[in-house]
Design a protein around this ligand. Structure first.
Ligand code: NAD
Length: 392
């Protein structure tokens, strides 16, 4: 079939297998050009391994540190008539590249929140790896079913305390307009913490520890976004920010609970980038477009792979990572510094639909968005007939 992008709102409902493979290959190339990371982990579990920051983590661990990687994701398989999700194709491409270099790679596709998937992961570790020395928790999900009660929870992206009106960029209609977001209820806040907070990260560590598959001195990290004033009303001080605060609580708890195993748990704050998860957050596409423009002008732009390579090479596996006042690893220092933020703040009130292409990096945002789904690569022939089927 000939596959062209079908964009609906903030999502693209199909994906291109050759384009996703290109995206994975470019990330691998980046890592290989940079060279081996210091202090590599041997056996790495990546929960949320198929797109965004989790995929970059898997690529860095494998191609920058020769790690054996076990991945967990929740992706749709293709059929003869319908493409799979981008994460499916990314994973197939990752396996192809890992096989070429003889790197162990296994991926389990299913619900990471369930007891069953955790049990399957443990079985695989026991059979193939013995133990795990790094666990990356990189899930982004709008819903979670509590594995004990069976109750389903939905997360929300709402301000707390009062409604919030802001500019946003509608990536579908391509207009800058105002959005008014109603404040969250107590239930909204609690449900978002239940989905995106630290409870499931803790359940993973508990299950892995009980099964005896945590290597001595194992490390684990979960990813957060902290941001600054421009994004606080919709992120840092909003429902999702509350869930992220819960990750800090979970990290403290993990460090306490598994002290005897030498486990160290960190929350890592990463910069804002275009991913499927961030595209869904109101205001973020506009903020990211302006921030990309400013950081490109300043020569300090970074995408997922640059952030993760630096994290793995310099901090996550270092003997003594540099931590902030809340014991988090910070990779977002350039985005959040006053100089960059003041430049974004200066543009913010000026931006309209008409001047957006000049003031913001609309081109870069749009290209990155399409590339999430395997489109917009200049060396991929999108007129070619291609099978949507792929496997690993
Ligand atoms: P993403 O949407 O690209 O990736 C989400 C991953 O989670 C995918 O691999 C998906 O398959 C997996 N997943 C979702 N639900 C699942 C389930 N039930 N079972 C198994 N796998 C499941 O997201 P991302 O932007 O890379 O986000 C990853 C983490 O990084 C999140 O915690 C996010 O808050 C954080 N983060 C993102 C940004 C950003 O700007 N994108 C910035 C800082 C931190």
């Amino acid at each position: 079939m000939v596959i062209k992008p079908k964009v609906r709102g903030f999502i693209c409902t199909n994906a291109h297998p050759a384009g996703c493979a290109e995206s994975v290959k470019r990330q691998i190339q980046y890592v290989q050009n940079k060279g081996n990371i210091s202090n590599p982990a041997k056996n790495v579990l990546v929960i949320g391994c198929s797109t965004g920051y989790g995929l970059a983590s898997r690529i860095t661990a494998a191609f920058g540190g020769s790690a054996k990687t076990l991945g967990v994701c929740f992706e749709k398989e293709p059929s003869e008539r319908k493409t799979g999700t981008a994460g499916w194709y990314n994973t197939a491409a990752f396996h192809t590249e890992a096989n070429k270099t003889g790197l162990y790679a296994k991926t389990l596709n299913g619900d990471a929140f369930s007891h069953q998937l955790k049990a399957e992961v443990i079985e695989t570790i026991k059979r193939d790896l013995g133990s795990i020395d790094l666990i990356v928790y990189s899930l982004a999900s709008p819903r979670r079913t509590d594995p004990d009660t069976g109750q389903a929870y939905l997360s929300s992206l709402k301000p707390i305390g009062q409604s919030y009106t802001s500019k946003t960029f509608d990536t579908n209609k391509e207009v800058v307009h105002e959005v008014n977001l109603d404040p969250a209820s107590e239930d909204d806040i609690n449900n978002t913490v239940k989905v995106m907070g630290g409870e499931d990260w803790e359940l993973w560590l508990k299950a892995l520890n009980q099964a005896g598959v945590l290597a001595k001195g194992c490390r684990t990290t979960a990813y957060t976004y902290i941001g600054k004033e421009l994004t606080w009303p919709i992120y840092g001080h909003a429902t999702i920010g509350k869930a992220k605060e819960d990750l800090d609580r979970a990290a403290r708890q993990l460090n306490q609970n598994y002290q005897d195993t030498g486990l160290r748990a960190f929350v890592t704050s990463l910069k804002a980038v275009v991913t499927q998860a961030s595209s869904a957050i109101p205001v973020m596409p506009l903020y990211i477009s302006l921030m990309y423009q400013v950081m490109k002008d300043e020569g300090c732009h970074e995408g997922v792979i640059e952030q993760i390579y630096a994290l793995f090479n310099e901090q996550l596996l270092a003997e003594n990572p540099v931590l902030d006042e809340a014991d988090r690893i910070r990779m977002d220092g350039v985005e959040t510094n006053d100089h960059i933020q003041s430049k974004i703040k200066a543009i913010w009130p000026e931006v309209t639909t008409e001047n957006f292409p000049e003031l913001g990096d609309y081109q870069g945002y749009h290209e990155d968005f399409l590339r999430l789904f395997g489109f917009a690569f200049d060396n991929v022939n999108y007129d070619e007939d291609i099978s949507p089927l792929a496997d690993w």
